[in-house]
Design a binder for this molecule. Structure first.
Ligand code: DAH
Length: 333
């Protein structure tokens, strides 16, 4: 027998008032909406009616089904809400307590120095490339015209992995990697970690370098000088005092070093540079009668120390929050 529309809904409402938890609610759901539940059975009984009654009753049944579903859904929400509330009371959670704040970190001064220098050279047309930190003797020494008996190769300076593999001692290895792969014009900048067995207030076994390389036809010393002057004046200040000093690097000829006058009126070396040595070009099969170029390498820590007036390189790597917090962007604007 199909019961009256209102009766069944009233019954469900009465029963649901007694439901205490989700398990009981599920039982009630099965009782009315399950495969053998009340509504399903009523649908089966429809077959016995004539067409007209069948249509009328099925409308009523569908309507009942919808209402029962809604009643169950509301009850479920109520039960869930009560459960969470009970947990709050049990655990005595004080929702009015202020939350724990997460302090935002800041960019490490070495990263911001690298980023700033890279952006400068990108504007001049340099492309940023990456290189290997674990390198072979050929790319770190041989191809850079650094002879076998050069002091840089000794056990004291270089971290050797085996006879042929080492932790790169300079980013100049990337010069060779790039020249092997691409043909001029080459205009690249690379930055990264380098390793040397040294430790005091001016040296750490790992530090950062930035290396630039520009090779094309008719590149001259003027290009080198103007590029580096532009950079140093932009990085320090237009008024900063800059000194070019002859030097020696096996992979450049002529070679030079550049010094900057610091606040204590002392000249501080900031970078090495020079015109690429013809032997280096030969190693990578470039004809030095056609191509020429310049290269430069700078120490990131050295530049950052000068800029922020620091006297101990080790500060960069101790991760002391009191030190790092001073480099919040606002402090330097
Ligand atoms: N690689 C040198 C060093 O670690 C720095 C350097 C000097 C790089 C002169 C260069 C250069 O590209 O031309 O001391």
């Amino acid at each position: 027998m199909i019961s009256n529309d209102d009766n069944i809904i009233i019954t469900v409402k009465k029963e649901i008032c007694k439901v205490k938890d989700i398990t009981e609610l599920n039982l009630l759901k099965v009782k009315y909406l399950g495969k053998k539940g009340y509504i399903t059975l009523q649908f089966l009984l429809l077959k016995k009616l004539n067409i007209k009654d069948r249509i009328n009753k099925s409308v009523i049944l569908n309507n009942q089904k919808k209402q029962i579903k809604l009643i169950i859904k509301k009850k479920l929400e109520e039960l869930k809400f009560n459960k969470v509330n009970k947990q709050f009371i049990k655990k005595q959670i004080d929702v009015s307590l202020p939350g724990k704040s997460i302090e935002l970190g800041t960019e490490h001064p070495l990263n911001s120095t690298i980023n700033e220098i890279e952006s400068f050279f990108i504007k001049l047309g340099f492309k940023i490339v990456a290189g290997y930190e674990i390198e072979d003797v050929f790319h770190n020494f041989d191809a850079l015209n650094i002879p076998q008996n050069h002091p840089a190769r000794t056990q004291q300076d270089t971290f050797w992995v085996n006879k042929n593999i080492l932790l790169r001692t300079q980013t100049s290895n990337v010069q060779i990697r790039v020249m092997e792969k691409f043909s001029p014009p080459i205009c690249i900048l690379t930055s990264g970690k380098v390793y040397r067995n040294d430790y005091d207030h001016n040296h750490t076994p790992m530090f950062h370098q930035i290396e630039g390389l520009f090779i094309d036809k008719q590149i001259s010393f003027i290009n080198l000088k103007e590029t580096l002057l532009l950079f140093l004046k932009s990085f320090f200040s237009k008024k900063c005092q800059i000194r070019f000093r002859p030097s020696y690097f096996p992979f450049t000829e002529p070679s030079l070093e550049i010094d900057i006058m610091n606040k204590k009126k002392k000249w501080i070396e900031v970078l090495g540079a020079g015109m690429i040595h013809p032997n280096v070009l030969k190693y990578v099969n470039l004809d030095s009668s056609i191509y020429s170029g310049f290269a430069f390498g700078l120490g990131v820590e050295r530049l950052a120390m000068l800029r922020y007036n620091l006297n101990d390189i080790r500060l960069f790597f101790e991760n002391d929050v009191r030190f790092l917090q001073q480099f919040k962007l606002n402090n330097f604007i």
